[in-house]
Design a protein around this ligand. Structure first.
Ligand code: AMP
Ligand code: MG
Length: 486
């Protein structure tokens, strides 16, 4: 059973607020299959009750499957500062389906809504729906999305927009912020229950440790280290890496003003609200490490119980120091893979860093530089790969080093290219693509949302008919004003 559903005063049993006249915008077929929801020939759930259930409206099916919907309290650090109690202010956990927790985001007010209206607007819901499934297709750990339902209900943000509900699921939605909430409020019994639940349900390997809580901390930290390395490898910027948005399962979660690097700037800030660049692309690993320090702090009372006299904070500090090497090892393995390198040579780190600096200096497209590298051949010196860089001579210098390095590899150009294409996506959810789909959806045309959904399901396939979806944005297509408003 989902931990949250055990229930106590750190959560609120509450039904979603009904959404007037809901209609389907999109359903993820892979997600529906995983959850065991049969779809008809129109690619929508066969049982018509699902529309009501996934909009948050009363239905017999909902009563039967999800009798106790709820919202949970969590706290957290936002932009480096303790923010106190937050919680599911607009996400309602319906319950479990096929061992997944199913949540409706934008399902109305809860005890934790603070000043908010409990709703989510269409534009941010489209972004969360598309990116959740796109990240999954990229092989990156993430919460998933099942459906997107719209309504004409007006919602006030900077302007009047309309409401939507995105249903999302994960084995657990527990965040670092849940640990922080219990620790900050002295709820040590609850903290212990949370850790015990996570160990039993999601980290069974910790059970055999003589110090299971410490083992749990190390495992959560390692998963998040690997997850952020995967973000870096595809140029993904999360945008709001507050500790309440960090999963205890190492999943990417809470898609807001995220962005993928187009014209590479390693210090790229995707969230307009983040003026100091705390969550810039190149800072993400350090920030995730910082978030793991928040988790370590919250776990002190647990580790104390099993530390037989030794200082628990010291033990956790040592465990926390495993984060950078864990991250770096995963990062290096991923980027070696992106360069098609199977042998581990000592110069690889320098070679990769030099490429990233070259891309940065030339504002070259992150995705396309890597994707097109697969076409470079060991002996061919006439490659047009250099044309993606303003400074073609600098590109040639790097390419020469790369070819020298390839000599150490025994596989053929064809084999290497095939493997590299599985590591370097052609299609990512570029902001300008999402923006076009949003603008059309705001005019009740959902065809572009559905098309993007189809393309991003196979990000590593060539799909030549969709070539233009692989291009960097033109100057007038660049989306530069994404904020936390959602
Ligand atoms: P986010 O920036 O989406 O991660 O949200 C931060 C916190 O604000 C979370 O606790 C959300 O539940 C809450 N929140 C954001 N938007 C709303 C809203 N429209 N209504 C209620 N709570 C919200
Ligand atoms: Mg959040």
């Amino acid at each position: 059973m989902a931990f949250s559903l055990i229930g106590d005063d750190t959560c609120q049993f509450i039904a979603p607020t009904p959404l007037p006249d809901p209609y389907w915008i999109a359903v993820s077929p892979e997600a529906a299959e995983l959850l065991g929801i049969p779809l008809g020939s129109n690619h929508l759930p066969q049982d018509p009750d699902w529309l009501a259930v996934l909009a948050g409206n009363p239905a017999e099916l909902g009563q039967r499957l999800f009798p106790n919907p709820m919202a949970t309290a969590y706290s957290g650090h936002q932009f480096g500062h303790w923010a106190g109690q937050l919680g599911d202010g607009r996400a309602i956990l319906l319950g479990e389906l096929n061992h997944q927790e199913l949540q409706l985001k934008g399902a109305g007010m809860t005890r934790y809504s603070r000043m908010g209206d409990g709703r989510a607007v269409l534009r941010s819901s489209i972004r969360e729906f598309l990116c959740s499934e796109a990240m999954h297709a990229l092989g990156i750990p993430t919460t998933r999305a099942l459906s997107l339902v719209g309504s004409k209900q007006p919602v006030r943000r900077e302007t009047i927009e309309t409401a939507a509900v995105c249903s999302r699921f994960a084995p657990s939605f527990i965040r670092i912020g849940h640990f922080e909430h219990y620790a900050a409020n002295g709820l040590h019994a609850r903290l212990q229950e949370l850790a015990a639940y996570l160990i039993e349900a999601h980290y069974p390997e910790c059970q055999s440790s003589t110090t299971p809580y410490l083992a749990l901390f190390k495992a959560i930290s390692a998963r998040n280290a690997r997850c952020v390395a995967q973000w870096q490898s595809v140029g993904f910027c999360h945008g709001v890496l507050n500790s309440d948005n960090i999963s205890a399962l190492g999943l990417t979660m809470d898609y807001g003003p995220f962005g993928f690097l187009d014209h590479t700037a390693l210090d790229h800030i995707c969230n307009h609200t983040d003026s100091g660049g705390r969550y810039a692309y190149h800072r993400q690993p350090k920030i995730m490490h910082w978030n793991m320090a928040c988790l370590a702090n919250a776990m002190v009372p647990l580790v104390e119980k099993e530390s037989s006299g030794e200082d628990a904070a010291d033990i956790l500090r040592t465990a926390l120091s495993a984060f950078p090497p864990e991250y770096e090892a995963k990062w290096l393995a991923l980027f070696r893979g992106k360069l098609g390198l199977q042998i581990e040579a000592p110069e690889d780190m320098e070679l990769i860093e030099a490429l990233l600096q070259l891309m940065h200096a030339n504002r070259a497209d992150f995705t396309n530089v890597f994707r097109s590298l697969s076409a470079v051949e060991k002996k061919d010196t006439l490659s047009n790969w250099r044309d993606q860089f303003l400074d073609r001579d600098a590109a040639d210098v790097w390419l020469m080093q790369y070819r020298m390095r390839l000599i150490q590899e025994s596989n053929s150009d064809v084999e290497r290219a095939a493997r590299m294409k599985q590591m370097n996506p052609k299609f990512i959810l570029r902001n300008h693509l999402a923006q076009r789909a949003i603008e059309m959806a705001e005019q009740d045309d959902f065809s572009e949302v559905n098309r993007l959904q189809r393309i991003l399901r196979r990000p590593f396939d060539d799909q030549p008919e969709f070539e233009r979806y692989a291009s960097a944005p033109l100057p007038d297509e660049v989306v530069s004003d994404l904020s936390c408003s959602s």
